[in-house]
Design a protein around this ligand. Structure first.
Ligand code: SAM
Length: 351
């Protein structure tokens, strides 16, 4: 193993980015993540027209005693930062469902060495927490917004929440969160007809808007390649409508970015399926129940919770983390015959 105090893997990548899931629970039921009913989970095959109401799927949530406490999360982050992690993103599930989340943010914001503290949220509960999160030291927030059409938003997310999310995005900007990022998962025949409208929304509101390819991480295991709208196609469509200028990005960035030549805002394309960026991946994930994942598509999780709860000191946790990171997968295998979807879906892993 490399003789360094950084988190280095056997492929020479130095990890700087830790995504921390605060809960596997979510108040939305996005079709591509955690569909609500059996009909919805089969939406891919039947598509909308044949989607009758049907039996709700009973979710098996992580038992509360398995969730890492705020003290445990803070401790793991401190150790990780000591090992060179510089970016922390709080996610879920829906991170705003975790009670008193602003208290955790305040604790993390005080850890020396963190250069970037952000949260990914669906925005539904953001308004009630926004001020407290800002005061606690949260600087950046990313929202999910897959549709600007109220009916389509409800079909996709299972909730009539478009107005709340739009309000939250505006509020985040008013409170000085910067940049405010917005993410849309693009799925063919579901919301790909809205690509231009979503980009126009970014331009009008000076947002950093990311179009994400649909990945095989849905709890229904219904992902199929023909539902993915390749990043290249999204870009061609946007170029047909807007004049775009490339924006330079870090090699480790998940997105390729373009600014609107005539104004504010920018778009980014995250294309993990059609144009994988694994060679520059510097990310590590901590699930809400204390498992370390070295890749979004890992089929193995590493049990940090047991270590933490059985009295390991910081040095032991550091050694263990370095050993785990060393094993980070070279790349994912989506679209290849040997691809195996991870046992847990995106909402459990932490997006
Ligand atoms: N609840 C928060 C939210 O909605 O942003 C945070 C968790 S969510 C799992 C994080 C991100 O993962 C969201 O931007 C969501 O759209 C994305 N996501 C979930 N399932 C996905 C999938 N199958 N393919 C691509 N992105 C997905």
């Amino acid at each position: 193993m490399a003789g360094t105090d950084l988190l280095v893997d056997s492929h020479g990548r130095v990890l700087r980015d830790l995504r921390v899931s605060l809960t596997d629970r979510c108040n939305f039921r996005c079709l591509y993540c955690l569909p609500e009913t059996e009909a919805a989970q089969n939406f891919y095959r039947g598509r909308w027209a044949q989607m009758p109401d049907s039996t709700p799927i009973v979710q098996q949530w992580v038992p509360r005693t398995h969730l890492l406490s705020f003290e445990e999360i803070e401790r793991v982050i401190r150790v990780a930062v000591h090992l060179g992690i510089r970016k922390i993103r709080l996610t879920g599930g829906e991170p705003l469902l975790r009670s008193d989340v602003e208290h955790l943010v305040a604790r993390i914001a005080k850890i020396p060495g963190i250069e970037d503290l952000a949260m990914t949220t669906n925005g539904f509960l953001f308004a009630s927490k926004a001020q407290a999160l800002r005061e606690a030291g949260l600087r950046r927030v990313s929202f999910s917004l897959d549709s600007l059409d109220r009916a389509n938003f409800k079909k996709i997310t299972g909730r009539d929440g478009l107005d709340d999310v739009l309000h939250s995005i505006q509020l985040a900007q008013d409170l000085g969160f910067a940049p405010v990022k917005v993410n849309a998962v693009v799925i063919r025949e579901i919301n790909d007809h809205e690509i231009e409208a979503l980009a126009e929304f970014a331009r009008q509101h000076d947002l950093s808007f990311r179009f994400i390819e649909f990945m095989p991480l849905d709890s229904a295991r219904a992902w199929q390649k023909d539902m993915v709208v390749p990043g290249r196609e999204i870009l061609e469509r946007l170029r047909g409508r807007f004049e775009l200028q490339p924006v330079a990005a870090d090699a480790s960035s998940t997105s390729k970015r373009w600014a609107f030549a005539d104004g504010r805002g920018e778009i980014g394309i995250i294309a993990p399926v059609s144009e994988p960026f694994c060679g520059h991946c510097n990310r590590l994930r901590l699930t809400a129940d204390g498992k370390i994942r070295t890749c979004l598509f890992s089929v193995t999780e590493h049990d940090l919770r047991s270590l933490v709860r059985h009295g390991a000191d910081d040095a032991a946790i550091s050694d263990w983390l370095r050993g785990v990171v060393w094993q980070k997968e070279a790349r994912h295998h989506i679209g290849e015959p040997e691809f195996i979807a991870p046992p847990r879906s995106m909402s459990c892993i932490g997006g």
